[in-house]
Design a protein around this ligand. Structure first.
Ligand code: FO1
Length: 318
């Protein structure tokens, strides 16, 4: 079975680990979000691609869900000694190696998709990880600080400000001119099922869908598209998705996220059992809906979630 998964960072990566457990023989292609990418110290950092690669490759810092395990921060502290920041973005020594290799290959003319494939040679994530685009896309957030509205990089909003101020707007800069990376549209066209894991619907999955051609390819793929709600009991399971949902006028409920994606895109939607009351409303919106446990507390629980998503896809296909 060929499965295509649109993935952001931590939630998407954790789900993928369960999916691999649930469908070990499946051919999984992950279309990764690159809107979180940031250029620091002359290096290109791809947080969501790295979180998927490290998580599935066994190198992730498990409790953080980002960065490497057994990390040290000698380079970061030496940079700080030179007064070179930013201090607020924690790049570890092991992680620096990934960004150096990536930036070196990009400098040599390799596209991001080829660089990602090369990095995955080491990590063997067990899925094909393709960035949504080889073109530069960076999510910026409009915030009001000291009475003036300004656009800041998503990482500054997310990590430095901890999303403590309201986002007036969230803009994936460059998305409108970006092209799907080689293999993205082909993977969607050949998929037997397409999954939206519990990633951030705005800055992760929304950014991938903002690349012209991707949303259309999914809508026209003619195969079941099933999503899992990142919102449980009116609150994001992790992260601050509610902050960016508000910026696009979507309330922080499992049903609202389904309707935000729309029945033109989604055929099925899994909500957590605490949101069982919203099943009827989602079904009324033309999206098949089931309530199952959605807290990814351990590998087996996550595998069960993935099985439920695949089961719903078969129900939809029937
Ligand atoms: N998130 C934080 O909350 N604090 C950090 O210092 C931080 C550093 C960092 C370094 C590399 C990397 O790949 C990710 C990092 N993240 C950090 C997570 C990152 O902001 C998020 O993973 C995504 O951008 C959101 O999905």
């Amino acid at each position: 079975m060929r499965i295509v998964v649109l993935a952001g960072g931590i939630g998407g990566a954790r789900f993928l680990r369960g999916l691999k457990q649930a469908a070990p023989d499946a051919d999984v292609t992950v279309i990764g979000n690159t809107g979180d990418d940031i250029h620091l110290f002359g290096l290109k950092v791809c947080p969501d691609l790295d979180t998927v690669m490290y998580t599935l490759g066994g190198g992730i810092n498990e409790e953080q869900g980002w960065g490497r395990t057994d990390e040290s921060f000698t380079v970061k502290s030496e940079l700080a000694a030179y007064g070179v920041g930013p201090e607020w973005f924690g790049l570890g020594d092991r992680d620096f190696a990934t960004h150096i290799v990536r930036t070196q290959m990009l400098g040599a003319g390799y596209p991001l998709s080829a660089v990602t494939a090369a990095l995955c040679e080491r990590w063997q994530p067990g899925v094909r990880l393709i960035p949504m685009s080889d073109d530069r896309v960076e999510t910026h957030v409009a915030v009001e600080v000291d009475g003036e509205t300004k656009a800041i990089h998503f990482q500054e909003y997310w990590v430095k400000l901890r999303a403590s101020v309201d986002a007036q707007a969230v803009v994936p800069v460059g998305a409108d001119r970006a092209k799907p990376a080689p293999g993205v549209l082909e993977a969607i066209g050949e998929a037997d099922v397409i999954l939206f894991p519990p990633s951030n619907p705005v800055v992760s999955i929304g950014t991938i869908l903002a690349v012209p051609g991707i949303r259309e390819a999914i809508a026209e793929a003619g195969v079941p598209v099933v999503g899992l709600s990142p919102i449980v009991g009116d609150a994001p399971v992790r992260g601050m998705a509610d902050k960016v949902l508000a910026a696009v006028g979507v309330e922080s409920t499992a049903a609202a996220v389904a309707e935000h994606y729309g029945s033109g895109l989604l055929d099925g939607w899994l909500v957590d059992t605490v949101d069982a009351g919203s099943v009827a409303g989602v079904e009324a919106a033309g999206i098949r809906c089931r309530a199952v446990p959605l807290m990814m507390t351990d590998l087996e629980t996550t595998a069960t979630m993935a099985r439920e998503a695949l089961r719903l896809a078969e129900e939809v296909r029937a």
